[in-house]
Design a protein around this ligand. Structure first.
Ligand code: HEM
Ligand SMILES: *[C@@H]1O[C@H](CO)[C@@H](O)[C@H](O)[C@H]1NC(C)=O
Ligand SMILES: *[C@@H]1O[C@H](CO)[C@@H](O)[C@H](O)[C@H]1NC(C)=O
Length: 494
């Protein structure tokens, strides 16, 4: 009897799984789109969960295997999911028909206040929050806060000089600690000594540590949003008490001080003093509570740590391999130092054109965020292939795969700062910060922070890349690029 029941259950499961596969095949066939063969039930999530294989590597497999197709279906239980490959279609999703694709489709359950950030918000709430945070990132604001960015870079160099053991390796880790200090100072006015590993750093680092559970939770959110809501899964609940309390303290202290620091905390205080945030078009109102502002701060913090550290690290990797380029960068920096008498101002940073090219090319070759996600809010038709996209569809869009496509960038694995990166007009395929209304809000800050750190670092140090492998390998992660088996050594310039 027991054997029969077990057999029946197994049989039912097999038939059901088969059914999901057939359903997905049919669904995409009807729309003239191929389904990614590798797994017709869980697509790219299958190897993420069972083989610990980074999502972006699997998207790359698809990109190469279906190079001629405008978009490819990816199984995700019963949630229609599409990897959009044609640049015109990508532009349609990110820009032309923005109202249809203005979501990422992330879900924030109750009791998970830190996840309620611009990244994950939707609709009019997102628009309102984004509008209110945009003033933080204008050129004028960045100019005002440049003194903080500059000082943290100078302190970092000083710290490295006094701790020569930090020059020998584990440079990515050292850079993340530095970036955390820098963003903490610029965003919140938190001033810590470089050698102190702050509790903020611990929270940020732990929250984005890849793990099987994190991958599972992400898979559930993408493949079965309903189950994600039903199970009330939370993303950042562990850090809620610590971070919200810290923000509360910062804001209350700032309210009492009269001096302006031109940072995020200032903006928060003035938003709260104005009372309600109101959307002009719809009249929708949102209360800027400490919790809501803490969520924005938490995300700015995390976006400012690992992505920027990875971006700086990949520049150093390239310079440590191409000594001629390193010398040219250093020559440019030396000239700027001479011209400005060692006082590195905002204008001085803007003048480093060759370094800018080096950064741009490095962001192409190893972009910190590998792909983009959108969620369809109302039916739309992708122009190339005439593909009808239904409400509720999840879309993946390439960043890294565009950047490494020889069709757009000949010899894509060659590091060449003289490349013309922006050659495809509005359908540009060079998008390290995404594009359109949901593109990265922090792009100017990120570039300024990177450049300032690199100017100071390369003025004082030479770099050498150490690796045992021809091609870098990567740690399994969902969104971010994380290098494995590669390091950079610094040595004092004489
Ligand atoms: C090198 C560093 C960084 C890279 C490569 C990067 C890249 C990206 C990318 C690719 C997106 C998605 C864009 C899209 O969906 O079209 C994004 C979104 C975002 N980034 Fe960044 N980012 C960086 C640093 C930062 C920093 C420092 C901040 C804030 C202080 C920031 C804040 C945001 C926000 C708030 C969003 C969501 C925007 C929205 O949905 O409206 N990023 N970023
Ligand atoms: C991801 O997993 C690690 C290790 O299990 C955990 O510490 C971290 O909090 C998780 N990330 C999130 C966002 O919850
Ligand atoms: C680097 O890229 C940015 C953004 O794509 C662009 O505005 C800038 O002009 C580029 N810099 C150089 C020196 O080409």
């Amino acid at each position: 009897m027991f054997v029969v029941i077990t057999l029946l259950i197994v049989l039912t499961i097999i038939i059901y799984i088969n059914f999901i596969g057939k359903y997905n095949e049919k669904y995409w066939k009807k729309r003239g789109v191929k389904l990614y063969e590798d797994n017709k039930i869980l697509g790219i999530y299958w190897k993420l969960l069972t083989k610990n294989r980074a999502l972006f590597l699997q998207l790359s497999d698809i990109y190469k295997q279906y190079a001629g197709d405008p978009a490819v279906g990816v199984a995700s239980l019963f949630t229609p999911t599409l990897y959009v490959i044609d640049p015109e279609n990508v532009h349609h999703v990110m820009h032309t028909d923005f109202p249809a694709f203005n979501h990422r489709g992330f879900i924030v359950n109750e009791d998970d206040p830190l996840s309620d950030s611009i990244l994950q918000m939707n609709g009019v709430r997102w628009k309102l929050m984004r509008q209110n945070m945009t003033p933080l990132f204008t050129s004028a604001k960045l100019k005002n806060m440049f003194y903080i960015i500059e000082k943290s870079s100078r302190d970092f160099v000083e710290y490295l000089k006094q701790n020569p053991d930090k020059l020998k390796g584990d440079t990515y880790n050292t850079l993340t600690i530095f970036c955390c200090k820098a963003i903490g100072a610029t965003v919140f006015g938190i001033d810590t000594k470089p050698e102190i590993i702050s509790p903020f750093f611990k929270a940020i680092r732990d929250s984005f540590r890849p793990s099987l559970w994190n991958s599972t939770r992400y898979t559930i959110m993408m493949a079965s949003p309903r189950l994600f809501t039903l199970l009330r899964l939370k993303q950042l609940a562990t850090f809620k008490t610590f971070f919200i309390n810290a923000i509360k303290q910062i804001l209350r202290r700032r309210e009492q001080e009269n001096s302006r620091k031109y940072d995020f905390a200032d903006i928060c205080v003035s938003i709260q003093q104005r009372g309600m945030m109101t959307d002009q078009d719809t009249g929708y109102e949102l209360v800027p509570t400490d919790e809501l502002l803490a969520a924005q701060g938490f995300f700015f913090f995390s976006a400012g740590v690992e992505p920027i550290a990875t971006a700086i690290f990949s520049v150093l990797i390239q310079l440590g391999k191409h000594l001629d380029i390193l010398q040219r960068v250093q020559l440019e920096i030396d000239e700027i130092y001479r011209k400005y008498d060692g006082q590195i101002s905002y204008d001085a940073i803007i003048e480093t054109e060759y370094l800018d090219k080096v950064i741009n090319e490095s962001l192409r070759l190893h972009t910190p965020i590998n792909f983009i996600i959108r969620h369809c809010e109302r039916e739309s038709v992708l122009p190339v292939g005439n593909i009808k996209v239904e409400k509720g569809t999840k879309l993946y869009l390439p960043i890294r795969d565009f950047h490494l496509d020889p069709k757009y960038f000949p010899n894509p694995h060659t590091f060449d700062p003289e490349r013309n990166l922006i050659q495809h007009g509005s359908e540009t395929v060079y998008i390290p910060f995404g594009k359109g209304p949901r593109g990265c809000i922090g792009v100017r800050y990120a570039r300024l922070q990177m450049k300032t750190a690199l100017v100071h670092l390369l003025q004082h140090f030479n770099v050498k890349t150490i690796t045992n492998e021809k091609q870098p390998s990567f740690i399994c992660d969902i969104f971010q690029l994380r290098f494995k088996n590669i390091d950079v050594k610094l040595s004092a310039r004489i």
